[in-house]
Design a protein. Structure first.
Length: 240
């Protein structure tokens, strides 16, 4: 498993490339961007960078990272650095283009519509004291709730619900989550609710909870259930 210091070192390496301070911690590693007791349970770091920066400076980004000891995995957006630290670059750009692959022949990045839409709003992220940016807690929750990746099992939803449970008494946080949910279409809200409920049910039904990448959340069942209650209350407010 990786950790916050590793994530910050990778952001520092990207600052010495054309990416500068535009890299944003996303994915499970988004948990390293703010104070939380929720474990990330991830082996790699995901960092979103502007798609147009990769398109213009793909070769320079690769060269700058390699000069700092990060080996580029040819044909991918993955890098392996000192002490086997692994990170992947993702792209964000025009949300209207949907999910697609961008960049250059040297550095290809996956661009995701949901992340692009969220990162188009400056208030969705915050600066880190050491450089680079991270998703704000509310933004992290929304991205995880909207993520649709069957092979990830319940992990994304459980992380979102745990952060909801942890920060649910913070009125500013709750308002941000509510406002972001209000921008989501009704069909996706229904899917989001169902996926969150399914994640909790799978945790409740299976005492061993053998879920790919999320087994470590089994002891946190009550917190997860509390997060689902908070999410349900927000969705009911939207329906009112």
């Amino acid at each position: 498993m990786t950790d916050r210091p590793t994530a910050l070192r990778i952001l520092e390496a990207l600052r010495k490339s054309p990416v500068g301070d535009a890299g944003v911690l996303v994915g499970s590693s988004g948990l390293f961007g703010f104070e939380t007791a929720v474990p990330a349970l991830t082996e790699d770091i995901d960092i979103a960078v502007p798609e147009d920066t990769v398109a213009r400076h793909g070769r320079e980004i690769v060269d700058a990272l390699q000069a700092q000891g990060f080996e580029h995995q040819t044909g991918t957006a993955s890098f392996i650095g000192p002490e086997n630290a692994v990170f992947d670059l993702l792209g964000h750009g025009d949300a209207e283009e949907g999910d697609h692959t961008g960049g250059t022949d040297v550095l290809r990045v996956m661009v995701f519509e949901d992340i692009s839409r969220l990162l188009a709003t400056p208030k969705a992220t915050m600066e880190l004291p050491s450089g680079g940016r991270a998703l704000k807690p509310a933004s992290f929750v929304i991205v995880k709730l909207l993520t649709e990746r069957a092979h990830k099992g319940a992990k994304d939803k459980l992380q979102a619900l745990l952060v909801l449970a942890e920060r649910g008494d913070d009125e500013a946080f709750t308002t941000e989550v509510y406002d972001l949910l209000a921008a989501v279409g009704p069909e996706r809200l229904a899917d989001l609710r169902a996926a969150a409920q399914a994640a909790v049910f799978s945790l409740q039904r299976d005492p061993t909870f053998s879920d790919a990448g999320a087994q470590g959340y089994a002891p946190m069942r009550h917190q997860v259930e509390g997060g689902l209650e908070r999410l349900s209350a927000l969705l009911e407010r939207l329906d009112a």
